[in-house]
Design a protein around this ligand. Sequence first.
Ligand SMILES: [Zn+2]
Ligand SMILES: [Zn+2]
Length: 291
Amino acid sequence: MKVFAYSKALYSTWLYLEPMRLLLDAGEGINCFLEGRLLAFRDLAITHAHTDHFTGLQNILITRLREMEVTKEEIPPLNIYYPGNSRTLERYFQYLQDVMSRWNDLVVLHPLVPGDTLALQGARGLHLTALEAEHRVYKQTALSYRVEQLRYGLKPEIQGKPQSEINKIIAEKGKSAITEPIMRPLVFYSGDGRPRLDPISRGAALHIQEATFLDTNGNKKIDHATLAEAIALFRELEADNLLLFHLSSRYTMHEFWSTFNRIVTSDEERERISVVKPGSLLAREIPMPGF
Ligand SMILES: [Zn+2]
Ligand SMILES: [Zn+2]
């Protein structure tokens, strides 16, 4: 799966999972990097109302509006998922509605509460679940997200039966008698916040984890994860791959890698970890079953 991402703590964060047509957060500057790709977005999941995660939205919408006006062809509206109790985001959306034409053709809003699950539009069978994140945002909820794929697999009691017997069951009772829906976790996206394990995301193909700090300097009130905590959560989650983002630019990359190398000592694990370096675009192929 091709992933594009830019992330620098405090300044701007966005990650685009191209084959899923899913954008995670929408920090400033995204339009400069993705240009024509902005037209392909179908879903945008905003984690919280800190400005580094959403103020790129206006330029995304302006690019899409301009394209529709030039080509006279419609682009399907962008589905935006966000914490429903966020007054900050609601006011930002209201401002956009006031200054832009055709808001209702551009956007469909989906306010969420933790626990909500919706079908995504960008790829068949994809579902998004909102989870509560531990991150202070003016008393508004911050979210993490889990992306799952709905598939139909053989029921356990059918597995191992000879094909002739399976065909007989299908003929008598229909296909639904042999299959059952299975939700498979593909992506866990932490957003900002203290590390928190989502047990249902265990075994996900990709864990996207913030790792703002290298150390806490004894500060117990930090609102983010450290690199060591991020790696520990990845191991606990047993995900196939890890993408670290939201690094603070207070550290040099030299400091980052020397801490990283102390924590991650096996080559096998190192090969499964990618890092969004502050200030540069990541464009990388990350293994994802079906994408
Ligand atoms: Zn942030
Ligand atoms: Zn934040």
